[in-house]
Design a protein around this ligand. Structure first.
Ligand SMILES: [Ca+2]
Ligand SMILES: [Ca+2]
Ligand SMILES: [Ca+2]
Ligand SMILES: [Ca+2]
Length: 259
């Protein structure tokens, strides 16, 4: 039978082993990742470098280097949700956005939506976490011509109009069309055009945005509005601008690249 002294020694030896093992686990465990700093906690796109041909066809090859997410866009008044995929990338000079959405048809004009099916993209220029500051950049891409609109927020709560009407300039291009069973939208807009009615973004900058899809029906009626990431003025996702080269020519060489 063990004496009290020997039992006590065994207990202390066991404690020492447990403490040493715990210390080893602490030393060998990986560092926790840094917590990103943001004005809010919404989805984040980028940084991603690339350039695309703006022809209204979101070609997977030209957008292969983009940051992309697929999400459901909801209507605040109960219209059926739609599923969209957003692609984001930038070159040294332009921000590129490509969007596909499973609308059941592509309508280029309507009684209440004269431009037909359209995405309105509201930007939070200074990444404050809140949309609709006067002068904020707004882009519009529609099925109906001229398809691309470079707008700005000119009146509260959320009225936007063409930069040209406010003394600014039209900066960028866009195109939209029906591809298979999806509506495709593509645009590019300068990172920093010099127009005071546009944002001015530099590499590593973050800009907030919200997508709104305005659905025109084939009979010209209004099919309702859907939003991403939400319909509120603080429902904002982020784009982080990449440090990218100035190249903007996308060369598509399917016959040369394929075996
Ligand atoms: Ca394209
Ligand atoms: Ca402009
Ligand atoms: Ca603008
Ligand atoms: Ca439609």
């Amino acid at each position: 039978m063990d004496s009290p002294t020997r039992s006590s020694t065994s207990v202390w030896a066991l404690i020492a082993i447990v403490l040493a093992s715990a210390a080893l686990m602490v030393v060998s465990s990986p560092k926790s990742p840094p917590i990103p700093v943001s004005a809010h906690s919404g989805p984040v796109f980028g940084p991603a470098c690339g350039a695309a041909t703006i022809d209204g066809v979101v070609n997977p090859d030209e957008w292969s280097s983009a940051s992309s997410q697929t999400f459901v866009m909801h209507s605040p008044v109960g219209a059926a949700p739609l599923t969209a995929t957003l692609y984001v990338m930038n070159s040294g000079y332009y921000l590129y956005l490509g969007i596909t959405i499973n609308d059941d048809e592509f309508t280029s004009q309507g009684q209440f939506l004269p431009l037909g099916d359209a995405f309105r993209i509201d930007f939070d220029n200074d990444h404050s976490g809140s949309l609709f500051a006067l002068g904020d950049d707004v882009l519009n891409i529609s099925a109906g011509f001229p398809q691309f609109g470079d707008w700005y927020l000119y009146a509260l709560p959320a009225a936007a109009q063409s930069d040209v009407l406010g003394g600014g300039t039209l900066d960028g291009i866009g195109a939209a069309r029906r591809v298979g069973d999806l509506n495709h939208f593509e645009l590019r807009h300068p990172l920093c055009s010099g127009d005071s009615l546009d944002f001015c973004l530099h590499p590593t900058d973050t800009v907030g945005f919200r997508l709104e899809y305005l659905d025109a029906e084939a009979n010209g009626s209004n099919g309702g509005n859907r939003f991403f990431p939400g319909s509120g003025s603080t429902s904002v996702a982020d784009i982080v601008i990449g440090q990218c080269s100035a190249r903007d020519l996308f060369i598509y060489l399917p016959l040369l690249m394929k075996k």
